[in-house]
Design a protein around this ligand. Structure first.
Ligand code: FAD
Length: 528
């Protein structure tokens, strides 16, 4: 395939990105007047009553931070010839974001370490802009001075994309947390990129809507980070991916759909400063069934039956294996609500007629129990019980992180082969792994394969990679289903994409960020 030679012309700072809504011009003008707070709404995270994840990464200072090995000491990576931040730079940046240039080493510890505590940078500066204009000034300055920048949202990313590798300046969206507008007929929400997902959920739920995405990190992750990683999560089965629910750039109603380029670009092409997103109406009836299955074949058959019998009310179908259940019990003290089984599935329905949904769900449960696909199950329809059942699935990531060092693989695989790799790895790794677990969003063909060990081990890593990637490529699967590539997975992109596609990605990067200052060392493979 012939690739056009792209001439680097536009500096990165031009691409401070705001998604726009599809409303008429007058509404749009109002929406984009600025990030002023809607009276009585918005505000810092605490004011929204959100529940951040267990403090890790940027969530709070941690006394364990020094234990994490510096990224360049663990991985073969060389610092690129960016400038080093000088006293003059600090003074100039202080003029752009007065009082919000953080240089205190203690405050800088958490944002230098990822949530999984697997990578650690050594940034000496963190900036906290409040407005798009401030972000633009920062990027313009960094472009001129050749200073590398690491955009950071809630720092819950799983692939080492959110933390600096060396001394990149951390640009945090934490103070960009205002709702700009909400349209209570269309469900279009416009907000700054640093709004915490759970805060937004609460905001739109009070108005009869829900966010189209939901994930275990909702108490800490930012909507800008979600868009930057094209996060999947628990509602993809029903509402689709962010590529469908994030609305267009204001200048983007005709011609190429440029916003798609920024969704999933992981901070390597521009900084997302605001997002416009379509929220579906809040379902009036929600039910959750938590079921035990005797084998993975039965999990798959339950999924098929479920889709056929529940149809339009099915909103989530998640699975986890017995090892996951063991870990959430062991590390989080949660209890299994059904009899012990090799596999568990969580099915959520969301609809508008309680009688109608209950009847459908009842018929489905009767069918799967009678046919032996399911051996035991429990139902939840009130909020407290629904949350309790969801916690078993949502908190697996947290339980794993307490089990030791975690080797994480986020794969897309054909459904009938989805779980084979887990058993295969248990046999291959033997006692060198503490736990090998599989869980995920079955509805999207997404397997979260996780291996734990007491501490990082080069030999265990060698047994896992490239084996896992070759196995996945052999099934024509994807090596990164929803977590992105960040720093840790960038060199395996070639297993899922042809060289021509990688070359085109490099050319796009060079066009939008000619000096390569935006999130360097991330997403694109090191070698051409
Ligand atoms: C318990 C737990 C459960 C999770 N479950 C899921 C899940 O179900 N599905 C899923 O997809 N992910 C999941 N994740 C991963 C993570 O939460 C998502 O990737 C999330 O979207 C990251 O958002 P963030 O604000 O924390 O971004 P960060 O971690 O801060 O950043 C992630 C990447 O986006 C870039 N970035 C952040 N903000 C911006 C911005 N404004 N502009 C440009 N680039 C930016 C960063 O540079 C980095 O490359 C989970 C994580 C945890 C800890």
């Amino acid at each position: 395939m012939m690739m056009p030679r792209l001439v680097p012309r536009w500096p990165a700072w031009l691409f401070c990105w705001r998604a726009a809504c599809i409303q008429g011009a007058s509404v749009r003008q109002k929406m984009w007047a600025g990030p002023s707070k809607i009276p009585g709404l918005g505000g810092p995270r605490g004011a929204w009553g959100t529940s951040p994840l267990v403090p890790r990464g940027s969530c709070s200072a941690s006394s364990r931070t020094p234990e994490v090995t510096l990224t360049p000491e663990r991985y073969p990576v060389r610092r690129l010839p960016f400038s080093v931040v000088s006293e003059d730079d600090l003074a100039a940046l202080e003029r752009v974001v007065p009082g919000r240039v953080i240089t205190d080493p203690e405050e800088l510890e958490p944002p230098n370490v990822d949530w999984l505590r697997t990578v650690r940078g050594s940034s000496k500066v963190l900036l906290r802009p409040r407005t798009t204009q401030e972000v633009a000034h920062i990027l313009r300055y960094c472009h001129e001075r050749n200073l590398a920048v690491n955009p950071q949202g809630g720092n819950t990313g799983m692939v080492g994309g959110s933390t600096p590798v060396f001394d990149e300046i951390i640009l945090s969206t934490a103070l960009m947390n205002q709702v700009l507008s909400f349209h209570d007929v269309s469900g279009v929400l416009v907000c700054q990129a640093g709004c915490v997902l759970e805060a937004l959920s609460q905001y739109v739920e009070e108005r009869g809507f829900i966010m189209p995405l939901d994930l275990g990190a909702k108490g800490s992750c930012h909507i800008g980070g979600n868009v930057a990683t094209n996060a999947g999560g628990l509602r993809v089965l029903r509402y689709g991916s962010l590529r469908g629910t994030v609305l267009g750039l204001e200048v983007d109603n005709t011609g190429y759909d440029l916003k798609q380029l920024f969704i999933g670009s992981e901070g390597t092409l521009g900084v997302i400063t605001a997002v416009s997103i379509l929220c579906p109406p809040k379902p009036s009836t929600v039910n959750v069934a938590f079921l035990g299955c005797p084998g993975f074949a039965e999990v798959l058959q339950t999924f098929r039956t479920c889709r056929a019998m529940l149809g339009e009310i099915l909103s989530a179908f998640e699975f986890m294996d017995a090892e996951c259940m063991k870990l959430v019990r062991l590390h989080l003290g949660l209890s299994c609500p059904v009899q012990e089984s090799p596999f568990y599935v969580l099915i959520e329905t969301a609809g508008s007629g309680p009688g109608h949904d209950a009847e459908k769900l009842g018929c489905f449960l009767e069918q799967v129990l009678d046919s032996g696909l399911v051996t035991d199950g429990t139902l939840g329809s009130d909020e407290r019980r629904i949350k309790m059942l969801w916690a078993l699935r949502e908190r697996i990531t947290e339980a794993l992180s307490r089990d030791g060092y975690v080797y994480k693989y986020d794969l897309s695989l054909p459904l009938d082969r989805l779980y084979d790799l887990v058993g295969d790895l248990r046999a291959r790794l033997g006692p060198s792994a503490k736990h090998v677990v599989g869980y995920g969003h079955l509805g999207d063909g997404n397997l979260h394969l996780n291996v734990t060990s007491e501490a990082f081990s080069t030999s265990l890593l060698g047994a896992l990679e490239p084996y896992v990637y070759e196995w996945t490529a052999g099934q024509r699967g994807s090596v990164s289903a929803e977590h992105g590539l960040g720093f840790k997975k960038k060199d395996v992109l070639g297993y899922s994409k042809p060289p021509e596609a990688l070359q085109l990605m490099r050319q796009l990067k060079a066009l939008l960020d000619p000096k390569g200052i935006l999130n360097p060392y991330k997403m694109l493979p090191t070698h051409a």
